[in-house]
Design a protein around this ligand. Structure first.
Ligand code: PGA
Length: 255
């Protein structure tokens, strides 16, 4: 069985209206034929999930956050069970924009556990804010992984996707820089080693994907390496031509 590449769209707080969301989704679906080698997951704001899910089954749907309790007096929160009840199968957790609002590794850990019990796959975002010369960023990544996955059974970690998104490479970061496919590949090996040291080398591992200014020009370089399982796309996913081009490039790849 070929392992499908994951192409995840993080729409963030876009677009402005339900009508525009439908149009963006439909126009992207229209541009691509049936998918064989990739799985595309669109993560729109909560309020559009149910509607978009009904438009086409070509793409899966994911949320951008959850709360860790099933139900109760938590005004403004949405639980994993609620998302499961409308057929959502994925959730982005720990995005750097949420961490900037105060979310920490311990919160993310509770959210991953809640997603696992509802049968939802978490896409956990990790990534350093700066790349320092002393390579301290490797320790930051290691701590993020170990704290986010604390107490999670090794039988369940294949139900998790790890998205490495160095904050300095995200398209909206001021004075951003480009991550190189080579450095990401090195980081993916480091992440695998951290996981193997914690969970044992024989464990079925999470998939590892890259995010940070991915577009139709650089996507093939990021995913051509063995052990790289896909991409998380922000800005380019808001343009049907760009995002469908990214999908087509991934579909056309040999492996
Ligand atoms: P970007 O966003 O592709 O616009 O850099 C990625 C993300 O923040 O998830």
């Amino acid at each position: 069985m070929i392992k499908k590449k994951l192409i995840i769209a993080n729409w963030k707080m876009n677009p402005r209206s339900s009508k525009e969301a439908e149009k963006l989704f439909s126009n992207t679906v229209k541009n691509v034929s049936n998918l064989k080698k990739t799985e595309v997951i669109i993560c729109p704001p909560f309020v559009y999930l149910d509607k978009l899910k009904k438009i086409s089954r070509k793409f899966s749907i994911g949320a951008q956050n959850i709360f860790w309790v099933e139900k109760g007096a938590y005004t403004g929160e949405i639980s994993a069970e609620m998302l499961d009840s409308i057929g959502v199968k994925y959730v982005l957790l720990g995005h750097s924009e949420r961490r900037a609002l105060g979310e920490n590794n311990s919160d993310i850990n509770k959210k991953i556990k809640a997603a696992l019990s509802a049968g939802i796959i978490s896409i956990i975002c990790i990534g350093e804010k700066e790349r320092d010369e002393n390579h301290e960023y490797f320790n930051i990544i290691k701590t993020q992984i170990l704290e986010c996955l604390n107490g999670i059974s090794k039988n369940l970690i294949s139900k998790i996707v790890i998205a490495y998104e160095p904050v300095w490479s995200i398209s909206t970061t001021i004075n951003r820089k480009d991550e190189t496919p080579e450095d990401f590949f090195e980081m993916s090996i480091f992440i695998r080693k951290v996981l193997a040291d914690k969970f044992g080398i024989k464990t079925e591992m999470p998939r590892i994907i890259y995010g940070g200014s991915v577009n139709e020009k650089n996507v093939s370089d990021f995913i051509k390496n063995k052990g790289v399982d896909g991409v998380l796309v922000g800005n380019a996913s808001l343009y049907p031509e760009k995002f469908s081009e990214i999908i087509k490039i991934c579909e056309a790849l040999e492996k």
